[in-house]
Design a protein around this ligand. Structure first.
Ligand code: DQA
Length: 147
């Protein structure tokens, strides 16, 4: 089972950016965490982070036929990107959305998620743990789909 784990803009600055909201752990810490969760779950993953909307769209398109599912934290593109929503719909791979912070309790402009409209589920406000939950959910979903 192969899962693509996508992270959007400014998540490469974890640790530095707004630590009160996103914590003090770095993006490398997140990569290590997600890799260890994937090992625990027995799934193969590819991690990809970009600050560019088109690069994320390209990666979603390239996942078609190569990955079984997608975990995505679109970061700020959550609230703006119809292009990422359309890419997820186009490839039609089961996808799960993750946010480190609880966006439901933040600014009004964060209350809409375009990519979320093509996702089976959203985990928010759990920090890194959200990625573990997302991988677990997707694995169980994909196993169910095979039966
Ligand atoms: C985020 C929440 C977004 O609103 C924000 O733009 C981010 C990170 C999160 O993980 O909590 O960059 O996706």
């Amino acid at each position: 089972m192969k899962i693509l784990v996508l992270n959007g803009p400014n998540l490469n600055l974890l640790g530095l950016r707004e630590p009160d909201i996103y914590g003090r752990q770095t993006y490398s810490d997140l990569e290590r965490f997600v890799e260890s969760c994937a090992k625990e779950e027995g799934v193969e993953i590819k991690l990809f982070q970009s600050n560019h909307e088109g690069a994320l769209v390209d990666e979603i398109q390239a996942a078609y036929g190569n990955f079984d599912g997608i975990v995505i934290n679109p970061a700020a593109y959550t609230h703006t990107s119809v292009a990422i929503l359309d890419a997820l719909k186009a490839v039609s791979l089961p996808a799960v959305e993750v946010h480190l912070s609880d966006v439901s309790k933040r600014e009004a402009f964060r209350q809409i998620s375009y990519p979320g409209m093509a996702c089976l589920k959203t985990y928010m406000g759990l920090g890194f743990e959200g990625y573990r939950q997302a991988l677990r959910f997707l694995k169980a979903y994909l196993e169910g789909a095979k039966r």
